[in-house]
Design a protein. Structure first.
Length: 163
């Protein structure tokens, strides 16, 4: 049996919000360092993301009743991973502290790494019905789709135009 991974279905955790804030701060620093050119928001955000967090392959599959997400997280143990679920987004957080190179004084340096993956989903999900497990270095996440009647009640109502 594969070890399970913690799933939060109450939206983004405080830690996830802090990580997104760190990206926003770094993206703004990049914006300022380039002379404040407008229209490069996404480019700056992606650069900040790549500087702060590891990249990892991610795959999404869809069946009639559920979505499956697969993320390669070979350097992480289940206790180092967290999955935050929202009706249309999956966020995967990983924090790892491993052994690095030997220091000249004989000690060992520690190497910290962080993972932040956020995926907008093509359909609405039911965050209460999901499983996550780590299998041979791949995080496998199975999430039930929201029933059609539930998904339609969550969409904002269109405003009527006053005549």
């Amino acid at each position: 049996m594969e070890p399970s991974v913690m799933i939060r279905s109450t939206g983004l955790s405080l830690e996830a919000r802090n990580l997104f804030d760190a990206i926003a701060r770094r993206a703004y620093q990049i914006f300022e360092s380039k002379g404040r050119p407008f229209g490069r928001d996404l480019e700056n955000w992606l650069q900040a993301e790549s500087e702060l967090f590891e990249r990892t392959p991610l795959r999404l599959t869809e069946s009639k009743d559920e979505l499956s997400v697969f993320a390669e997280v070979y350097n992480y143990e289940p206790k180092e991973l967290e999955v935050d679920l929202e009706p249309r987004r999956v966020t995967i957080i990983g924090k790892h502290q491993g052994e690095g190179a030997r220091k000249p004084d004989g000690g060992v340096s520690t190497q910290k790494s962080a993972l932040l993956l956020s995926l907008q989903l093509p359909v609405e999900i039911d965050p209460q019905h999901a499983t996550a497990r780590l299998k041979r270095g791949v995080l496998e996440l199975d999430i039930k789709k929201a029933p059609p009647n539930l998904a339609s009640t969550r969409r904002p109502a269109a405003k009527a135009n006053a005549a």
